[in-house]
Design a protein around this ligand. Structure first.
Ligand code: NAD
Length: 250
């Protein structure tokens, strides 16, 4: 295995791959030699991301399916497999956060969060696992969050949804291990993406001061953990939730 190219001859799908942590995962996977299909919610954002990645154009593809539709996901993964020859890695990364106070939550918002953060990883993992079983193995990695462990003082549906991601990860690791499918999650701490765009710098400075490593995370910090878990370096690692949070305790 070439230490500089950990994902040579692998094909990956990254949901929410158009910006933020997802786009960073896509870039790192490409740098490590993989073919990558990035999935987004709209054609425009997918096309924009593919344009940014034009130096890798022979190894990229983009789709915008409904991540909660078993039929659309199965068709998308079949298309990825026929284009690149296999489906080795699924990164369930698309997600939305919330800071709505508990007593103001509408069922509409609750369901929107659960659909993208819980139902989509379930549907995508199932469609991918069917292909991975048939081809003899694969890797599923989901983006959880540090708040799945510590909770947060508002937006209760978000930590609930990420706790569900951890549960799915641990259970699928046990169920799919015999099929040579490894299942892990990465739990980022506060990470500099659009999700933080509305947080004032003064608040970010305060947050950074409470993090043992003294800064918020960058998308690349999280993407590096995805590369490790996707690669054969993690061949005996399954059912883990890897913290990438600078040592945060809240
Ligand atoms: P972001 O808002 O920058 O990106 C979210 C991605 O999800 C985008 O690519 C977007 O296209 C996609 N997406 C949104 N709605 C979608 C839909 N309905 N269908 C398909 N795709 C959709 O956010 P980010 O910070 O990069 O977050 C990525 C993941 O990391 C999420 O799961 C998030 O919960 C998690 N996370 C982020 C942080 C943080 O501080 N940024 C911390 C912990 C966990």
């Amino acid at each position: 295995m070439d230490g500089n190219r950990l994902l040579e001859n692998k094909t990956a799908v990254v949901t929410g791959g158009t910006r933020g942590i997802g786009l960073s995962i896509v870039k790192r996977f490409l740098e490590h030699g993989a073919c990558v299909a990035l999935l987004g919610s709209r054609e425009e954002t997918v096309t924009k991301a593919l344009t940014e990645l034009s130096e890798y154009s022979g190894r990229t593809a983009g789709f915008w399916p409904d991540l909660c539709s078993p039929e659309e996901m199965s068709a998308t993964f079949d298309e990825v497999k026929s284009r690149f020859g296999s489906l080795d890695i699924l990164a369930n990364n698309a997600g939305i956060a919330s800071s709505t106070p508990f007593t103001d939550f509408t069922m509409d918002e609750f369901e929107r969060i659960m659909r993208l953060n819980v139902e989509a990883p379930f549907v995508c993992s199932q469609a991918a696992a069917r292909i991975m079983k048939e081809q003899g193995g694969g890797v599923i990695i989901s983006t959880s969050s540090m708040v799945s462990k510590y909770g947060q003082p508002a937006g209760a549906a978000y930590p609930m949804s990420k706790y569900a991601v951890n549960g799915m990860t641990i259970s699928l690791a046990r169920e799919l291990g015999r099929d040579n499918i490894r299942v892990n999650a990465v739990a980022p701490g506060v990470t500099r993406t659009d999700m933080l765009a509305s947080v004032p710098q003064a608040s970010l400075d305060r947050i950074s001061a409470g993090i043992p490593l003294g800064r918020v995370g960058e998308p690349e910090d999280v993407a590096n953990a995805f590369v490790y878990l996707a690669s054969d370096l993690a061949a005996f690692v399954t059912g883990t939730i890897v913290n990438v949070d600078g040592g945060s305790l809240v």
